[in-house]
Structures are given as C-alpha cells and as structure tokens.
Write a protein that binds this ligand. Structure first.
Ligand code: GAL
Length: 336
C-alpha cells in the first residue's frame, strides 16, 4: 500500500513523502521534484539495501546542486546558447550554466512541487508549466508515473502542450548497488547497449558528431569495471563519465555490484542515455548519516540526445499541438 507523510516545506508549500512496497522492492518518493528518495532491493543474503542516494530534508533537495533523484524537465541536459527555434520563431531560455541551459533552467521541474495521486503500487506526479516558464513556449502539462512491478521500478512519462514546444524528461537518480553511502562505485561493473556516443565541445555541448566507443575508456559494449574510465577520465572536463551514449540494443545499461550481488538493468523507449558518474558531486551529507562525494553514484539518465533541438539530424524533441509525449524507462533488479 502507498503510505503518505509530510516530509517538509519549501516556499510555504508542503512536500510529501510517498512510500510504496510491493513485497519485492520498496521505494520512497518526494513530491518536490517528483524525486526518487530511496529504493530498497534485496542483496544476495536477502537484506534490503538502499541503492539510491538522497537527503533527509526538503531544504537540502531545494538548495544543494546535483539534482539527486529528481525528475528533470522541461528539458533534461543542455541547450546550447539557451535558445532554439520552432516554426521560424526563436525562443530564448533562462541560462543557468554559463551561456547554456542545463536541466530545464533556474527553477526547472526538479525544484517544483508536483501534485500527486497514488494507487496501491504506483504514484503519478503531475505538473502544469505556464507559457514562458524558463523561456519555453506553451502551457505544458506533464506527468511521471512510478510503478512497482515485481522487482522493477517503471517510470511512464507523458506531456502535452497548447503550442509546439520541446520536451525531454528524465530521472536523475544516483545508483550505488553496494548501498547508498558505501563510497565510490569504481569496482561496480557496467555494460551499455551502445556502440557510439555524441562527443562534446566546451560546456559539454555536442559537436553533432557520432563517435565509436571502441578503443576508448567509454567502451562498455562488454561488461567492464568502472574503475578504468573513472581513473583515466578524472581531471578531464567530465571528471569521469558524463557522456551521452547512442542506444543500439536493449538493455540500455546493466550495472552489477559483486559486493551485494545486486544487478540493475535499465530498459527504455528513448534513444539516448547520459551516463554521469557524479564527478561533480562535492562532499556533502546524505540521508541516514551517509557522507557523499565524487564518484559515489552513477546516473543512468534515459533521454533525447543533449541539445537535440539545435542538431536537426538528432531525433527530435519537438511535440506539436495535439501530440502527446509518451516515453518509459524501467530499472529492474535481480541477484546474480
Ligand atoms: C548531469 C550532467 C552533469 C552535471 C550533473 C549535475 O546530468 O550531465 O554534467 O551537470 O547532471 O550535477
């Protein structure tokens, strides 16, 4: 059954904590940012391990950087120069990372209070974003439904708008399959359903090219420890992996911890996966007494390619009036 409690308050608005447990896995969400706050799954001894980073208070979600666990929108990832054109009209967005926009702007969906309703094994968060919000055209309605199905957390995203606009929603959960608060993820093993990625110039903005991952530290086409990529890409502009992979097979990603025996596999309807190994996660307090730092989690952000609206050869993030954006992502757990 869903249980609902008051979690805190931001800007005089209540923030609720919603807990779902289907007897296989247990998940906690907060209505601020439609955020995954915790995800408990069994390890090989049957003990429940919380594999997602999170905070104890609503204030930390509001003021800390890093988008921990949040649903990110209207547009996840970067838009170069914070502008784009649709139907010959240019829209100027709020910039929040140099001249570019990251993760929906100054106060994107990750920092807003969503409405919600629950069923026994699901919660649907919904939000209305007014015309001009962060610079985007149209009154947009968006929703994210999180459902527990056996040992899977499934997310169904939907959105529609009264003007032609762009939408790109993702979830920014930081996974650590050895347990949140257990330290760096270097020893965990990653496999990706990708053979290429979208290389970037300054500001982590795609050049528009596709490059093969073979013979680079990003080659996870076969299972590989994260250690080499994290070590060899430390001190670079991505501080580890912070790259968009072009998905070519399913699952999009598989992550495994030998310590707990927990394996996560990620499937999605989307064509891109931003893998972010938390190179910019500065030392901070996490929930339940945990201390977080660099490389303590990995985000598997299913999404349209970064800056897709300014790269006409990338799959389009445009939704037209009368169309519905509908995408899904599943995170499934098992013991190996
Ligand atoms: C990621 C992004 C990173 C960083 C992070 C938040 O999605 O790719 O560059 O901005 O979010 O700290």
């Amino acid at each position: 059954m869903a249980s609902i409690k008051l979690f805190g308050e931001v800007n005089n608005k209540p923030v609720y904590l919603i807990k779902l447990n289907n007897g296989h896995i247990e998940a906690e969400f907060i209505s601020l940012g439609a955020t995954i706050r915790a995800l408990r799954v069994p390890d090989r001894s049957g003990n429940m391990v919380d594999v997602c980073l999170g905070y104890d208070t609503a204030e930390e979600y509001m003021t800390n950087d890093g988008y921990i666990g949040a649903t990110v929108g209207r547009n996840a990832n970067r838009i170069s120069g914070s502008k784009f054109s649709i139907n010959g009209k240019e829209y100027k967005l709020n910039a929040n990372e140099g001249e570019n926009q990251l993760h929906g702007g100054i106060e994107g969906f990750s920092h807003k209070c969503w409405n919600f309703s629950c069923t026994e094994n699901s919660v649907t968060f919904s939000i209305e974003s007014p015309d001009g919000d962060e610079g985007y055209p149209g009154n947009l309605k968006a929703a994210a439904t999180f459902s527990l199905v056996n040992s899977t957390l499934r997310i169904d995203y939907s959105a529609s708008c009264d003007k032609d606009t762009i939408v790109n929603l993702t979830n920014h959960a930081y996974f650590n399959l050895s347990g949140q608060g257990s330290g760096a993820i270097n020893k965990q093993l990653l496999t990706l359903g990708a053979e290429s990625y979208t290389p970037c110039r300054d500001g982590n903005i795609p050049t528009g090219e596709f490059a093969p991952i073979i013979n680079t530290p990003l080659d996870f086409s076969k299972e590989n420890s994260l250690d080499f990529a994290l070590t060899s890409l430390s001190g670079t502009s991505t501080e580890g992996i912070d790259h968009n992979f072009v998905l070519s097979s399913s699952p999009a990603a598989t992550l495994y911890s030998e310590e707990t025996g927990i394996e996560l596999s990620c499937k999605t309807s989307l064509e891109g996966l931003q893998v972010y190994t938390s190179g910019f996660l500065t030392k901070r307090n996490g929930k339940d007494g945990a201390i977080y730092g660099k490389h303590h989690g990995i985000c598997l952000e299913t999404q349209h390619f970064p800056d897709a609206i300014n790269n006409p050869h990338f799959p389009s993030p445009i939704i037209r009036v009368g169309e519905e954006y509908k995408e899904w992502t599943e995170y499934s757990f098992k013991i190996r």
